[in-house]
Design a protein around this ligand. Structure first.
Ligand code: ARG
Length: 465
């Protein structure tokens, strides 16, 4: 084997097989090919504009790169393992295509600023894609929430029935969570949008380059201010993975609720055959595998984040080859998120709530006890603490009789607090309870409808009909 064409000047023999095996990145970094060509075209235009290379050489390079761009887009580009990474594959192909001028492209550039630039552009595009996919999840949730703005279900704390809420309200909680995910990714996008190109290997360059020009051509807001930071920073990938980890927590919590809700014991929702799997042994089973896998894949995403945090934590400035490990984690996180987001949309669309069962469950467990206490405060001017105590006694009485609060007789009620009147029964149904929660952000069906309409505007930029 001969030494590398690109950096082999001082090496006499080619890499040992194991060296190539550990060093090679083309299997994964070919995903940066489009960005690499774009970066090179911007760099080349700048070199010409600054008189660093001739117009003729610049033209030849641009033509060669255009051809490569096309081959990449049509998957006709042949990546070679022996050429180590995407940058050297493309430069080598350029040399095959145009000969000598290809050697001028790398003037005032290093693979260190090159890869940092490519990778930033890739993560930026990934964030834009995820934003669209997250909007689809939000849309699916809002659609369902609008249909079920008035469907009563038990709201839980400690997974114990707490107060009646509506299914729509519950789903809208996730719309907020995914909205924060979008905002987190967009924050990361804002911070990442500075261009490392022109930092060179570490210290900048003696050539009269124009970093503002390349930054602008590549749609960055500005060039990065410090050349050493530019080549050694991977915060953008860490932020991407952090936002990915939090997003996967949200998808996992929703998936977990779907698993619980679809169990026979809860029976709140059903999935159609499209989203259910059978058991090889137990004929009665309908398993929510897709939801379980969305929940399960969270483990990988955390792993990718921790993997890269660990890679980065001990690295002295500036570039070290360890940093080549940044890409697989980031690519894999993106792929996993895309899959889970699509599955989440499918699951949301597919689930059929059993509103009767939800309502019945919401009535069990004295879920309107707070309404009882609030009535005592509002109608009898009893301090809340005392009202809480009286309610506790009423719950105890009902529990002993095996009935719900609303099923106690007025005489029973008055045995607990003599001033209670018939009017109290009007607040003890789950519908009345939910409908009374009109405070901003509360679960009253009218609120939920208004929240859903507002969410369409806030998150989906839809105008109200
Ligand atoms: N494949 C390398 C990476 O992904 C490109 C940068 C190589 N730089 C270097 N100094 N060897 O990090």
């Amino acid at each position: 084997m001969t030494s590398s064409k690109m950096w082999g000047g001082r090496f006499s023999a080619g890499p040992a097989a194991v060296m190539e095996a550990i060093n090679v990145s083309i299997e994964f970094d070919q995903r940066l090919a489009k960005q690499d060509v774009r970066g090179s075209r911007a760099h080349c235009a700048m070199l010409v504009a600054q008189g660093i290379i001739t117009e003729a050489d610049g033209l030849a390079i641009q033509e060669g790169l255009a051809r490569i761009e096309k081959d990449i887009a049509t998957s006709a580009f042949h990546f070679k393992r022996s050429l180590e990474d995407v940058h050297m594959n493309i430069e080598s192909r350029l040399a095959d295509l145009i000969g000598a001028p290809a050697g001028r492209l790398h003037t005032a550039r290093s693979r260190n600023d090159q890869v940092a630039t490519d990778f930033r552009m890739w993560v930026r595009a990934a964030i834009e894609t995820l934003d669209e996919e997250l909007a689809k999840v939000q849309r699916a949730l809002i659609d369902k929430a609008e249909k079920h703005a008035g469907s009563i279900m038990p709201g839980f704390t400690h997974l114990q029935a707490a107060q009646p809420v509506t299914f729509g309200h519950h789903l809208m909680a996730y719309v907020e969570m995914f909205g924060r995910d979008r905002s987190r990714f967009n924050d990361a996008r804002t911070r990442l949008n500075e261009c490392p190109l022109g930092a060179g290997a570490i210290a900048g360059t003696s050539f009269p380059i124009d970093r503002h020009m390349t930054a602008e051509k590549l749609s960055f807001d500005q060039p990065m201010h410090n050349s050493m930071d530019a080549v050694s920073d991977r915060d953008f990938a860490l932020e991407f993975l952090s936002a990915a980890a939090i997003l996967s927590v949200h998808m996992s919590r929703l998936a977990e609720e779907m698993v619980i809700w679809s169990s026979a014991q809860f029976g709140f929702i059903k999935f159609t055959d499209a989203f259910s799997t059978g058991s090889s042994m137990m004929p009665q089973k309908r398993n929510p595998d897709a939801a379980e896998l969305v929940r399960g894949k969270t483990g990988r995403i955390f792993g990718y984040l921790f993997g890269l945090l660990t890679v980065m934590k001990g690295l002295p400035l500036t570039y070290s080859k360890d940093m080549q490990e940044d890409k697989e984690a980031t690519f894999a996180a993106f792929d996993t998120l895309e899959l889970c987001l699509a599955a989440t949309v499918g699951l949301i669309d597919d689930m059929k709530p059993d509103t009767e069962k939800m309502r019945a469950s919401a009535s069990a467990g004295f879920t309107t006890a707070t309404d009882f206490a609030d009535w005592l405060v509002q109608k009898l001017n009893i301090p809340f603490r005392e009202a809480h105590h009286i309610t506790g006694a009423a719950v105890k009485l009902a529990d002993g009789k095996g009935v719900d609060l609303g099923e106690l007789s007025l005489a029973d009620m008055q045995s607990v607090e003599p001033r209670i009147t018939q009017d109290v029964f009007s607040v003890l149904t789950v519908e009345a309870s939910a409908a009374s929660r009109k405070s901003f952000g509360g679960t009253a069906p009218d609120n939920v409808r208004a929240q859903a309409a507002a969410a369409r505007k806030r998150f989906l930029k839809e105008q109200p009909q």
